[in-house]
Design a protein around this ligand. Structure first.
Ligand code: SAM
Ligand code: SF4
Length: 325
């Protein structure tokens, strides 16, 4: 059964934030001192998340992504993966992680039923990595990438947020990495959410121009790379691929198929709109599956037609780590 919103888009993808906590403090996502964490009792328990996913799957959700905050800092995350992997109808189960703890967990996650991971990595230079994330070590993420591939969590995609004056001089280096290894990089435009800075904004079209100036025209590469908002290309003959996600410059709201569940149990119809539908209280007051479906349907119905960032409208409210980017 497909679940259609008011604009006839089929909603089949649920992004679940499992925690608002994180072991990094990326400059575009969190202030150096962090943000006040949501108290434990207000974070959805695993059984509560599983119930929402199960009911969602009955309504047509087929794809689930675990995110955060940093999903790997939540204790017992592999047990959540196993519970979701066992839900009939969920045929794509993925995770977005900063990769710091991935080497430690990759095998366990794969055995629990995780299909693949996206690893966020904005630079290939160790000192710069420390400057952007404020806490992390590039070496850990590189080990995580190797471990994820070895565990079969493939394709391992690398998410790179473009920041003018911060990492835009590495666009060609990232592209070069795709030549010899199964490195699948996706360049993402920095979105004006939370503490992100418009002054760093770099359109993906500019990244592509720089890559083509270095390696010649890219060729289209659709195979196995997913049906999300990225367009995928390849340097002819390369093992890896290069994706571009033009979330701001050229939005793809007309094909949006997703709903978000925040760590504190709210359904968020759109990343770029502050509207949220509370679910936690209902879950904790004996709501029936049927009533739960009605709440999910209300969130689907509340999906706006699109965002208006191109018209200078910014989003206030919660940051990415709190919403589940
Ligand atoms: N901690 C995990 C990680 O970093 O992969 C998962 C959560 S993080 C909020 C999810 C993704 O959102 C990361 O790839 C991060 O780079 C991206 N992100 C955070 N703030 C962003 C912004 N303002 N614009 C674009 N992407 C952003
Ligand atoms: Fe943490 Fe991910 Fe935000 Fe970086 S982008 S601070 S890793 S939640």
């Amino acid at each position: 059964m497909a679940c259609l919103d008011s604009f006839n888009r089929s909603i089949s993808y649920l992004r679940v934030s499992v925690t608002d906590r994180c072991n990094l403090r990326c400059v575009y996502c969190m202030p150096p001192e962090g943000v006040p964490w949501v108290p434990h009792e207000n974070i959805l328990r695993y059984e509560e998340i599983v119930r929402v996913v199960r009911v969602g799957a009955e309504m047509g959700i087929t794809k689930v992504r675990l995110t955060g905050g940093e999903p790997l800092v939540r204790a017992g995350i592999a047990s959540l993966v196993a519970m979701i992997a066992a839900i009939p109808g969920v045929d794509d189960l993925a995770m977005t992680t900063n990769g710091i703890l991935l080497a430690q967990y990759a095998d366990e996650l794969a055995k629990a039923g995780l299909h693949r991971v996206n690893v966020s990595l904005d630079t290939l230079r160790p000192e710069r990595f420390r400057a952007i994330t404020r806490l992390g070590s590039l070496e850990d993420v590189e080990r995580g990438l190797v471990a994820a591939r070895a565990a079969g969590l493939e394709p391992v995609k690398v998410n790179t947020v473009l920041m003018r004056g911060v990492n835009d001089d590495e666009v060609v280096d990232f592209a070069r990495r795709t030549l010899q290894e199964p490195f699948h990089v996706r360049f993402i435009e920095e979105m004006p959410v939370g503490i992100a800075a418009a002054t760093r904004f770099l359109p993906v079209a500019e990244a592509r121009e720089r890559i083509e100036a270095a390696f010649g025209p890219l060729e289209a590469a659709h195979h196995r790379m997913g049906n999300g908002p990225a367009s995928y290309y390849r340097i002819p003959g390369a093992r890896g691929t290069i994706g571009f996600i033009s979330a701001v410059s050229e939005h793809f709201c007309h094909q949006c198929n997703r709903l978000r569940l925040t760590a504190d149990g709210r359904l968020r119809p759109c990343l770029l709109s502050d509207a949220e539908i509370p679910l936690r209280e209902a879950l904790r007051s004996g709501v029936s599956d049927e009533e739960l479906k009605q709440i999910i349907l209300a969130a689907v119905a509340a999906k706006p037609d699109g965002h208006h960032l191109g018209e200078g409208v910014a989003v206030s409210g919660r940051g990415m780590s709190q919403i589940g980017g």
